[in-house]
Write a protein that binds this ligand. Structure first.
Ligand SMILES: Cc1cc2nc3c(=O)[nH]c(=O)nc-3n(C[C@H](O)[C@H](O)[C@H](O)COP(=O)(O)OP(=O)(O)OC[C@H]3O[C@@H](n4cnc5c(N)ncnc54)[C@H](O)[C@@H]3O)c2cc1C
Ligand code: SF4
Ligand code: SF4
Length: 1023
């Protein structure tokens, strides 16, 4: 039992956030101590931890008292008991992807997503599953797929959203027209009440005890309010505001249960953590459709698209599963995005103003194709013949859905302080009014000097739209005025103000507006019945604050950025935008005291795409730790707090910030995968620079950073230095001295390396006269440690007929005594930006004369060569850096380009056929720059080669990261996520990895070497 502690009287509904925060300062220590004493859960109470949980995907920020991550289910009621005793409010949380501020509050945040995420029970016969609240939707569906089943509430955040959070918000998927909302798919629920009782909620008719009492209580309320409910309750599928008082008198277009019975679990669905803490949820599963087809209808005007939706939904005889809108702005943004352009282009006929994605699903594809024909015929009847693009294969449909799902994030990539803000973005109106509603709301935006982009669920009248507002300035008052006019439109068309994303802090005040005072009183009565102590998510749904209460906002009145002098050039982010035209001002004009760095950090809107486990690279450190601290979002939030003086008084020199950066492997996964382009690898360089400039550099930092400079001398003492790998005592001593793990072998020094025993290459003068010229940039790693790769590249390129000049310091041939050039990567990795600038500057100067003549600069090591195309452009190296970057290519990029141009026929004919299967692991930076297709193309030059790409994130070595004793475990965990299991499963294959550190990780962990693509090609060259 928990020992009683001095009692803080329970909060009254009138308590404000400030009062709660002040009180919480006194009791936070005791709360943390008791949680630590009585549970094995994670107790996070530092300023940085609290700051990371102070926001979700909304505009709000409220500091919690602390954060608790229960390790076991029974620790939840224990933590609740302690909170009850101390009078601390409780904020339940899943993935924290809510858009209305549901999860932020001045209490104890209980995060279920890390440990409480099991599929508890699967009943295939009954098609139902019981899950813990922290299980993520996509992970559930992965387990269901082999059984031909899925949980069909397919929210766009399926890779991050937890079932507990989805139930909390009554979430709705793109296919809700076919499957309904969360409330239609929950069969039962167990939840802890704030007084410690466990509620078991299911069918009312079979209920007993507390559940029965609750059912009777709510029934009594509903019976007494029949007229009010009939009058005020929106008669739509998409209504998620308030509590589901209508379980006893269904008002939804779709009954909550298939037999019309009452299920008490539905009362807690959509209650946003205010009534009980969900312990488990029973879910209705659906059969995975055997086939799907997609018709993309192209419209000459947005209005026509909106008018037509009501006719389209009548098609399909039950097989119609979605009608989703993408408007002109989003089409244009998608066409500008290299990841989406090709996909969107194939769906367009000319330049439509809007498209509707119309999906049919069923068992037989041929039957579904008939539906597409019906769709085309309907469009013909409506005066739009030939407007439908048919997508019948799975891959192109999936790709188009991915573009649609990325919609919000595509919009959010707008630079500047004006951002698309979520507050009226899921109002639902009956389909017959959709066209007028959207027209009139667009007029409202215009009157208020802004505009919005429309997209999403046309099938159910819920169109997402976010006007662009500057929440640091006049945005909050503009928001209120727009909200008031929007609500008048919703009322005029008898719609629902909150149709998908819930109430939270943003829409709470609109509940009474929507339902009237009597129903609002009934909601208060339900809250008091279930949570008389008002401990659970206070001021949500009942007694909410004003939506535009600025003290609750992320960019509140006191928000200011501390001035800093940055080492890298962040001016591209230091801009403002015009909300009407979305034009961006010129770099450096945004008024950021942190020279653009703060605005780059602010690009993170907490949408949480980085909390995914499968797609892409982002974020390996989160995938192995599941810690908010070690997540791109957590890092961006910590940076934002540091840059605005909210973390401590040390700004970017804060140790707490460094801790958040510690496990970032600088893989650049976020650079590519984060929809708003948060580039944490680059931010880490700036942060390291700022931090270490104040706190100093360690011996290890310098040992790693200066490697390219001392390598020529160290190589002469190879024999001596390599003893470290052979004598364990030396390795242990080295670990004590440097912190580099004794269990890791270091790269082997070579007396004869590429720079003193390599081929000479042609002179600069000869190169300029050559027919097929190129410059080979051999980096430190392939030059000194694995010179076989550099020789192999030289051999392959020579065989292909190229004249090769070796990049070397001014006037010297690289083979003449190790005067090799360095891109500055190792310096950047330690935050030594000035030294990196010096190295990169020297390299750029040496390469410039060739680049100016359009001669390709070919490199082997992804992280080195791509530094020229990335960081070198923001180190103040001027136009020369741009010119060199334009010609800098990786070997595989160069060969793929040449092959496409028909200039590699000679090489192909010299290659022997492949004898073994080939498995490829991509270096993170190769992936971040989208170069994997080129690598596969080049391998296919080998006759019969069918390279297979391993679906892997970071290998975990990441430069020096995995060598450090403190990171060894995490490094291996990253490798074990998918890379090593995939390799072990294919011992017969050749393994290809272009990254030096990837090869080291593979060799050390599996005892089998992987090879660079240059080696692969060279080995296949006929003699
Ligand atoms: C880019 C983007 C796209 C989105 N697309 C959609 C969409 O297509 N459809 C849609 O409906 N929503 C969408 N959302 C909103 C959000 O993703 C969903 O509401 C999601 O289901 C929330 O899940 P979560 O795990 O993040 O929950 P959280 O945000 O962590 O929590 C949601 C609510 O549930 C409560 N809660 C969490 N766990 C418990 C528990 N154990 N007991 C009691 N209460 C609990 C919380 O207190 C909170 O009130 C989107 C959000 C973003 C940022
Ligand atoms: S880092 Fe990117 S993906 Fe992650 S929450 Fe921020 S914006 Fe979203
Ligand atoms: S660079 Fe890699 S490890 Fe670092 S935050 Fe981005 S995805 Fe995560």
């Amino acid at each position: 039992m928990n020992a009683p502690e001095p009692h803080l009287s329970a909060l009254s509904p009138a308590d404000t956030y400030e009062q709660v925060s002040r009180a919480s300062n006194d009791i936070a220590g005791r709360l943390a101590a008791r949680l630590r004493r009585h549970t094995q859960g994670e107790v996070l109470f530092t300023a940085a931890d609290r700051g990371r949980y102070a926001t979700d995907a909304s505009m709000y920020q409220v500091m919690p008292v602390g954060v608790f991550l229960p390790r076991y289910a029974h620790e939840v009621p224990e933590a609740m008991a302690i909170c009850r005793d101390l009078g601390v409010p409780i904020m339940p949380r899943g993935g924290g992807t809510s858009q209305c501020g549901q999860t932020v509050g001045a209490g104890l945040v209980i995060d279920h997503s890390k440990h409480l995420r099991s599929l508890l029970h699967l009943d295939l016969a009954q098609r139902c599953a019981e899950v813990q609240p922290g299980l993520v939707l996509d992970q559930l569906n992965r387990q269901l797929k082999p059984h031909g089943l899925w949980f069909a509430v397919d929210v766009s955040t399926g890779a991050q959203a937890t079932l507990g959070g989805m139930a909390g918000n009554n979430s709705c998927g793109s296919r809700s027209i076919a499957y309904g909302n969360m409330v239609h798919n929950v069969l039962g629920l167990t939840a802890w009440q704030s007084d410690g009782a466990l509620l078991q909620l299911g069918a009312y008719q079979h209920s007993s005890g507390r559940a029965r009492e609750l059912g009777d209580f709510v029934k009594h309320l509903a019976d007494g309010l029949g007229g009010e409910i009939a009058l005020h309750w929106p008669k739509l599928l998409r209504r998620v505001a308030g509590y589901n008082l209508d379980i006893f008198c269904n008002q939804s277009e779709r009954p909550y249960t298939s037999d019309g019975s009452v299920n008490l679990a539905h009362l807690l669905v959509g209650s946003e953590g205010t009534l009980g803490m969900t312990q488990s949820i029973s879910l209705k599963l659906s059969e995975l459709p055997g086939a799907r087809v997609l018709g993309v209808v192209n419209f000459p005007s947005f209005h026509r698209a909106m008018e037509t939706a009501q006719h389209i939904v009548k098609l399909g005889e039950g097989s119609l599963t979605a009608v989703e809108l993408v408007d002109r702005t989003m089409l244009a943004l998608s066409l500008q995005n290299p990841a989406f352009a090709a996909t969107i282009r194939q769906a367009l006929i000319g330049t439509p103003e809007a498209i509707l994605l119309v999906e049919f699903a069923g068992t037989n594809k041929n039957d579904l194709k008939l539906k597409l024909r019906q769709l085309a015929a309907l469009m013909g009847d409506l005066g739009l013949p030939g407007s439908v693009v048919e997508l019948t294969d799975e891959l192109s449909q999936k790709k188009l859905w991915d573009v649609r799902k990325a919609g919000l994030n595509i919009m959010m990539s707008l630079k500047g302080d004006g951002k698309p803000v979520s507050f009226i973005e899921d109002c639902a109106v009956p389909l017959e009014h959709l066209a007028q509603y959207t027209d009139q709301l667009s007029e409202v935006f215009k009157r208020h000097g802004t505009r919005g982009t429309w997209y999403a669920h046309a099938s159910v009248g819920t169109l997402h739209v976010r006007p662009i507002l500057d929440m640091r300035r006049q945005g909050a008052s503009q928001m209120r005025r727009i909200a008031e006019e929007a609500s008048a439109l919703v009322r005029k068309y008898r719609g629902a103000y909150s149709g998908e994303h819930g109430d939270g802090l943003c829409r709470g005040e609109w509940i009474q507006w929507q339902f009237g005072p009597k129903i609002n009183q009934a909601f208060t009565a339900i809250k008091q019945h279930l949570d008389p102590l008002n401990l659970l998510s206070p001021q949500r749904i009942v007694n909410p604050p004003a939506m535009d209460e600025r003290s609750l906002m992320r960019y509140g009145p006191a928000y200011k950025v501390i001035p800093i002098q940055t080492a890298l050039d962040w001016r591209a982010w230091d801009v403002q935008n015009n909300p009407l035209t979305e034009e961006i001002s010129s770099p450096g004009t945004g008024g950021d005291p942190a020279q653009g760095f703060a605005k780059a950090v602010d690009m993170c809107n907490n949408n949480s795409t980085c909390r995914n486990f499968d797609a892409g690279t982002m974020c390996p450190s989160y995938r192995v730790t599941r810690d908010e601290q070690h997540l791109t979002r957590g890092r961006a939030n910590t940076l934002r707090l540091a840059l605005s003086g909210q973390l401590d008084d040390q700004g970017l020199a804060s140790p707490a910030l460094m801790e958040a950066m510690d496990l970032c492997v600088s893989c650049k996964g976020c650079r590519r995968d984060c929809p708003t382009g948060v580039d944490m690898a680059r931010m880490k360089i700036e942060t390291l620079h700022q931090y270490k400039s104040r706190h100093g550099y360690t011996l290890r930092d310098r040992l790693i950073a200066y490697l390219p400079l001392y390598a020529p001398f160290a190589a002469r003492f190879s024999g001596l230095l390599n003893l470290r790998n052979r004598l364990p005592v030396l390795a242990r001593w080295a670990e004590l001295l440097t912190g580099l793990s004794a269990r890791r072998s270091w790269p082997t020094w070579q007396v004869q390396h590429f720079f003193n025993q390599g081929p000479a290459g042609v002179s600069a003068q000869d190169l300029l006269r050559a027919e097929k010229p190129l410059v080979l940039f051999v980096d430190t790693f392939n030059g000194y440690f694995e010179s076989g790769n550099a020789r192999a590249a030289f051999r392959v390129l020579s065989a292909a007929g190229y004249s090769i000049h070796l990049a070397a310091k001014a006037g010297r041939s690289s083979s003449a005594g190790g005067r090799h050039l360095c891109c500055g990567r190792t310096f950047l990795s330690q935050g030594l930006v000035d030294q990196a600038r010096k190295q990169a500057g020297e390299l750029i100067n040496a390469l410039l004369p060739f680049a100016q003549r359009g001669i390709p600069i070919v490199g082997l090591e992804p992280s080195c060569l791509l530094t020229l195309r990335d960081e070198a452009l923001v180190m103040g190296l001027g136009e020369a850096a741009q010119t060199v970057a334009a010609e800098a290519v990786l070997l595989e990029e160069f060969l793929a380009r040449e092959a496409k141009a028909g200039r590699l026929l000679g090489l192909s004919s010299k290659l022997r056929p492949a004898q073994k299967p080939i498995l490829v692991h991509g270096h993170c930076h190769q992936k971040a720059f989208g170069l994997m297709p080129d690598l596969l193309e080049v391998i296919r030059l080998i006759p019969g080669a069918e390279p297979e790409l391993i679906d892997s994130s970071c290998c975990g070595m990441a430069g020096s990261f995995g060598y450090e004793a403190a990171h060894e475990r995490v490094s291996m965990d990253m490798a074990e996520l998918s890379l090593l299991p995939a390799l072990r499963a294919r011992p017969e294959a050749l393994w290809v990895a272009d990254g030096t550190s990837c090869r080291h990780q593979i060799r050390q962990a599996s005892v089998r070497p992987a090879i660079h693509v240059a080696q692969l090609l060279s080995e296949h060259l006929r003699d």
